[in-house]
Design a protein around this ligand. Structure first.
Ligand code: SF4
Length: 526
């Protein structure tokens, strides 16, 4: 039995039905439907082997598992439902999360709107309260917490003590994890808090290659970001481009493990191999060809507005990427894209380099130009807005609303995320104290209405890559419709002037959505 177990709650040990974007659903507040239905829709159980090891596991945890295995430890990621027999003998439990307590965007947005804890925060609490973890802790188990949301523990000291988390590691963990686990196994006292500063970030040769499949075939192609936005921690980390040969090794780990589709992870995929913020078209195209050589379908984790526009204007880069990516297996691809604001004034303050090499004054028109490029190349993004920043004025919010209106017909999800002052998080029920201004509420309503309308459009193509996927359409259609009905009932729908509620949705009824699903799975239906 392994001495070192890595695990976390179900919202992360899931492949979200093979659709990474559905994972965001777990950041919602469990309203309208029972929480079990939310979990089924957005974080279903993962297939496991006879030892309870999940088929796919979060990419960051696979990296830590590989670092420990390379150092000679029998470290294994174990599914949260199969911990009992492993924790009988384990001496160390490593946990990781994107959002332990639901403080991150978009969870904090949903928590502050609905004044309740989100699905992921509740799921993590349940995980930590598991009897097998409590019993192992009494036997002397050491618990080390890390991952991108490690910072959240500094606002939950009481839980850290109650659950017996011995150490929290903030920052990239590959360099420190072996030392900490060694100490824990020797029975030495662990430091309560370890912060890995950017200058201690692992060098390329110190970043291990994953040894088992990652969730939805995720493979990292670069770390860090050169843009320096004030609200973002990634920006402090040095930029490192992962070499093609390492990328290919990880793709093959996934493909050989039965994961056919993949995601390239980076803060800005079109900046792979770039000098500064100018895309290097040849390097990006080589990367796309490498991905499609092995993966049936390939999507991007993130891209920036400026890199999309610059790459397309100079080299037709996005069009050429689409020519490589889109084929008989793939009709669209996705990426998360930070829009953040429609106000050049605010953009200048909070993200002065986000528009580079262009002038920040052009920001809204760059966003609209990028939307046109994406529409033409079948790139369907999840766009984020950040609002509620201390520097924000009413006029800034109105400019963001105007930008949303300009994107009204663009097939995308626009997700507003509210900046929550860190001090507020100290309060146990911080979400009850969070106040939204009228302008914020209007922005929220507009994005919700846009999301319902475009969500139904996106749904039509979302499951088109697998025959059973189309059977899922009615479930998600019902979910979106339930939100629409509730929003209409409470007066939460809001339209740009002249675009009032006259539009046809892709499906008029659940029966129609089922019909489309069945039509798709009939042989030769296309
Ligand atoms: S562009 Fe994105 S990743 Fe880079 S610093 Fe800004 S918010 Fe962070």
């Amino acid at each position: 039995m392994t001495e070192v177990v890595l695990s976390t709650d179900r919202t992360l040990i899931s492949n979200h039905h093979g659709k990474e974007f559905l994972g965001f659903g777990a950041t919602g507040a469990p309203v309208l439907l029972p929480r079990g239905v939310w979990m089924y829709l957005f974080a279903p159980r993962m297939k496991v082997d006879s030892e309870g090891r999940p088929w796919q596991a979060p990419y960051g945890m696979r990296k830590i598992e590989a670092a420990l295995q390379n150092a000679g430890y029998d470290a294994q990621i174990i599914d949260p439902d199969h911990l009992e027999k492993h924790l009988e003998n384990a001496k160390v439990l490593l946990i990781s999360h994107h959002d332990y307590f639901g403080f991150g965007p978009p969870s904090s947005t949903f928590a502050s709107i609905f004044k309740m804890k989100t699905v992921n925060a509740l799921s993590f609490e349940e995980f930590m309260e598991k009897p097998e973890i409590r019993a192992a802790k009494k036997r002397g188990l050491k618990i080390i917490a890390g991952g991108p949301a490690a910072w959240q523990w500094s606002y939950r000291e009481e839980e850290r003590k109650r659950w017996g988390v011995d150490t929290v590691v903030e920052g990239e963990g590959e360099r420190i994890v072996v030392e900490l686990v060694e100490k824990a196994l020797r029975g030495e006292k662990l430091p309560e808090w370890v912060t890995m500063p950017p200058k201690e970030a692992p060098l390329l040769r110190e970043i291990p290659t994953i040894k088992a499949p990652s969730v939805n075939g995720m493979v990292e192609i670069m770390r860090g970001c050169p843009r320096g936005c004030k609200f973002c921690s990634v920006t402090l980390r040095p930029l490192r481009f992962i070499p093609y040969k390492n990328i290919e090794k990880e793709i093959l780990v996934n493909v050989r493990g039965g994961v056919k589709d993949g995601i390239f992870q980076s803060e800005d995929v079109p900046l792979y191999g770039a000098k500064g913020v100018i895309p290097n078209a040849e390097k990006v195209l080589k990367l796309m060809r490498l991905g499609k050589k092995h993966y049936r379908k390939l999507v991007w984790s993130h891209a920036s507005i400026a890199a999309l526009v610059k790459g397309e204007r100079d080299d037709k880069l996005i069009t050429r990427c689409a020519e490589i990516l889109l084929d008989e297996n793939q009709s669209w691809w996705g990426a998360e894209i930070g829009v953040e604001t429609g106000s050049p004034r605010l953009a200048e303050k909070i993200m002065p380099a986000k528009a580079k090499p262009f002038d920040t004054k052009e920001w809204p028109s760059l966003v609209v130009e990028a939307a046109g490029i994406m529409e033409d190349t079948h790139l369907t993004p999840a766009m984020t807005l950040i609002t509620g920043l201390p520097e924000e004025t009413e006029d800034d919010i109105i400019k963001t609303l105007e930008l949303v209106d300009e994107l009204w017909d663009f097939k995308a999800i626009i997700m507003p995320m509210f900046f929550v002052p860190m001090g507020l998080l100290k309060d146990r029920d911080w979400f009850k104290a969070y106040k939204l201004s009228e302008a914020h509420v209007e922005l929220l309503k507009r994005c919700l209405t846009h999301g319902i309308r475009q969500g139904k459009r996106i749904l039509k193509d979302y499951f088109d890559d697998r025959w059973w996927g189309t059977l899922m359409i009615p479930f998600y259609w019902t979910f979106i419709s339930a939100i629409e009905r509730a929003a209409r009932h409470y007066g939460y729908l809001s339209y740009p002037q002249g675009k009032e509620d006259t539009e046809k949705t892709p499906f008029k009824s659940i029966g129609e959505s089922v019909k489309i699903g069945l039509h798709r799975i009939r042989p030769g239906a296309h």
